[in-house]
Design a binder for this molecule. Structure first.
Ligand code: ATP
Ligand code: MG
Length: 388
């Protein structure tokens, strides 16, 4: 696992920082996942060099968040985030430190991190710096706040959501006092920017143990302050390899028109959710040929899954969706061999709304097999149609 390209690249970055006379280590999620035995290609580096000092060492860097101490180093092929050791200063709004202060000691940097499993560092020589018992907590499958959980959640309420998200991703429990603190402060989740909640939910949708996450959302009481339906039984069967599916499902079961805007979903996420909901509703009476034609396969398959997850039985197999779709005479409207101009040529009538009507009828006739998609056949069909 550790031989990954990202680890090698981050290792070279650390080596160069060390050669320049500074200290640098691997930190964060990649170190955690290394001990869990999970892949993580985001290998982050922390250093006592100041951002400008980091930039002086490398020839190709991007200031991605220089005010927070982060410089993206591109020198080694793969981008590596290098962040200067820092503390977070005072918090007054439960979500962002008023200032960040760069510090020269790794211990101070690790103390600002959220959970013990996320507060470990690893040197290039393979020495683990684990000041808060992160390894032991990983072994016991526990998510435990670094320091006083009440204070840590007061500082940044998103951490409560992160605890829940990690519990879903890893199948870990939230340690008793950490969970208790979340229960006490759950209502402060309202102060957190919806974009940050969105990002946590994106990761939650893709998690292995989503039921565990939903249970934790309920047990911490966070659920009371989140828009949408998060009952564990509704999420019992849920699984997704794309976050769009999560938003579409939340939208379907929550029945709240404003939900997707509330969570700052993109237009693409909204469009997918809307289509899936339509296809889902139509599936409750059965899809016709036009439905197979007009919805993308992902939309149809997702609507099929949603129906199953809701505990309803369908009388056909999921793989038949692809079969039905590929058996259609045409796959999109551009494959129809006629257009409005043809119909105009075949009649005396002036341009008007009738063209669209005829085109729709022709499309349906082709899709249902009433007429073959050939110009001569469609001309005959049109003359009959025109007489009706
Ligand atoms: P993932 O694998 O999902 O990216 P991660 O642990 O790497 O998880 P990031 O959001 O990438 O999470 O953050 C990197 C590290 O920064 C975390 O491991 C943690 O040490 C620290 N961190 C991130 N967000 C917070 C926060 N809100 N409060 C305190 N520390 C945080
Ligand atoms: Mg990360």
């Amino acid at each position: 696992m550790k031989n990954d390209i990202a680890w090698q690249v981050a290792g070279r970055v650390i080596e160069k920082i060390e050669q320049a006379g500074f200290e640098a280590v691997f930190v964060g999620g990649a170190v955690r996942d290394l001990f869990i035995g999970k892949m993580n290609n985001d290998v982050d580096v922390a250093t006592n060099a100041l951002p400008l000092e980091v930039k002086a060492i490398f020839s190709n860097t991007i200031d991605v968040g220089i005010e927070h101490g982060t410089v993206l180093v591109l020198d080694e092929g793969e981008p590596i985030e290098v962040t200067t050791y820092r503390t977070d200063g005072e918090y007054t709004d439960h979500r962002r430190p008023n200032e960040v202060k760069f510090v020269r000691s790794l211990a101070e940097d690790l103390a600002r991190r959220d959970f013990t499993m996320n507060a470990m560092a690893l040197t290039r020589q393979g020495e683990t710096i684990d000041l808060y018992g992160g390894k032991a907590d990983i072994k016991s499958k526990l998510i435990r706040a670094v320091g006083n959980p009440l204070q840590r959640f007061e500082e940044d309420a998103l951490r409560m959501m992160r605890a829940v998200r990690f519990s879903a991703q890893l199948g870990f429990s939230i340690e008793t006092q950490t969970k208790q603190a979340a229960k006490q402060l759950a209502e402060q989740i309202q102060f957190v920017a919806k974009e940050r909640i969105h990002a946590e939910l994106d990761k939650m949708w893709m998690s292995q143990s989503i039921s565990q996450g939903m249970t934790m959302l309920n047990e911490t009481g966070l659920v009371q302050y989140l828009l949408g339906s998060f009952h564990p039984h509704q999420w019992h069967n849920f699984q997704a390899n794309n976050p769009f599916v999560g938003w579409a499902y939340l939208n379907l079961i929550s029945n709240d028109d404003k939900l997707l805007s509330y969570y700052k979903c993109s237009n693409k996420e909204k469009a997918f959710a809307k289509q899936v909901k339509q296809a889902y509703n139509k599936l409750q009476v059965g899809w016709d040929v036009l439905d197979y034609f007009q919805y993308d396969i992902e939309v149809l398959q997702t609507a099929y899954d949603f129906t199953c997850w809701q505990g309803d039985k369908l009388d056909f197999d999921k793989k038949q969706i692809a079969e039905k779709k590929s058996a259609l005479p045409i796959a999109n409207v551009h494959q129809l061999v006629v257009n409005g101009n043809h119909f105009m040529r075949w009649t005396e009538k002036k341009r008007g709304p009738w063209i669209k009507e005829v085109l729709d009828a022709a499309l349906l006739a082709v899709l249902t097999g009433e007429v073959v998609n050939e110009k001569e056949r469609l001309k005959e069909w049109f003359h009959d149609y025109d007489k009706r």
